[in-house]
Design a protein around this ligand. Structure first.
Ligand code: ZN
Length: 312
């Protein structure tokens, strides 16, 4: 993010939040926060399963060598995503707000916002590690080099909507909000060949108009987060500072200027270590979400979490 709120400013994403939600307890800034944390991840293009070819010793050795190059040891393999997706989206109606994925699998999801930093080494790192990420891209930050993100997309990662100019949506009128979401939707669809299914509001700030605008522009869910990666560690929503199954982690495309000299790849390495220490694998968010239009017969089963945007 681009000094949107001034570096080091912790933006409390409560502006315009729906009244009564527990979201206000999240002290972590959407974009606008800077900090200190650590980590890693993985994922290949046509493979449903992230990390490198388990089962073969040679494959494991290759994977380990690739991770070593970044000073890391491989994360556990992510389990296969459930056939019955825990999140089911509908083509119409108010868009749900997702802070986590209801799953018992020991997985977390990494999302990376904005697009300001375009470190070529990060593309190499993602190729080596095969960790899935979801990118919420904002046009002002990416328009100088759309192709950078095409390289990350080619690894199997999805590109999602994060507005044209990164405004505080909750203080903008509906028409303005629609311009922001629809504008980014159009550009991302043209540049990357696929229409974003998900939207993340800058700073996490949204209101009812945001939900209307998002629904009218194409994305079918708003995605929030539970942890925010800083430089060496994460800020956690809960006081026990622990990841939980299905957590969505927010990170940003940031470089040394915003990370006190730390590079994007080092920050990402720290992130992976923090995930590894807690015994989680990294899964692909989109593998746990059923887009509208796919049969929704199983919809009765387990999609209740969407009704409670800021559940446990
Ligand atoms: Zn942002």
């Amino acid at each position: 993010m681009k000094r949107w709120m001034g570096r080091g400013t912790w933006y409390r994403p409560v502006t315009g939040m729906l009244a009564g939600t527990a979201a206000a307890v999240l002290t972590v800034g959407g974009c606008g926060a800077s900090g200190d944390g650590s980590g890693h991840a993985r994922l290949p293009a046509q493979r449903a399963r992230p990390t490198g070819a388990p089962g073969s010793t040679a494959g494991s050795a290759r994977t380990a060598a690739a991770w070593h190059r970044w000073g890391l040891t491989p994360l556990p393999d992510a389990p296969w995503p459930p056939a019955d997706k825990p999140v089911k989206l509908t083509a119409t109606g108010t868009v749900p707000v997702l802070t986590h994925v209801p799953t018992t699998q020991k997985v977390v999801f990494i999302t990376i916002d904005d697009g300001q930093e375009k470190d070529p080494a990060f593309i190499e790192m993602m190729r080596d590690l095969n960790i899935p990420i979801t990118m919420f891209l904002m046009n002002d930050a990416i328009k100088s080099d759309y192709a950078y993100f095409t390289s990350l997309q080619a690894l199997g990662n999805h590109i999602q909507n994060h507005t044209l100019h990164h405004p505080v949506m909750s203080s903008a009128p509906l028409a303005h909000q629609k311009d922001e979401v629809c504008g980014d939707q159009k550009i991302l669809t043209e540049e990357y060949g696929t229409a974003p299914l998900l939207f993340r509001p800058p700073y996490g700030a949204y209101d009812e108009n945001t939900r209307t605008a998002v629904g009218e522009c194409g994305p079918r869910a708003i995605v929030w987060w539970r942890e925010s990666m800083q430089i060496r560690d994460m800020q956690y929503q809960d006081a026990d500072n622990k990841l939980r199954a299905g957590d969505i982690i927010l990170a940003h495309f940031r470089g040394p200027g915003e990370l006190k000299g730390t590079t994007m790849t080092r920050m990402f390495g720290h992130l992976l270590r923090r995930i590894q220490e807690q015994g989680f694998a990294v899964a692909r968010l989109e593998d746990y979400i059923q887009p509208p239009g796919r049969r929704q017969r199983a919809a009765r089963s387990s999609s209740t979490a969407l009704r409670a945007p800021f559940g446990p």
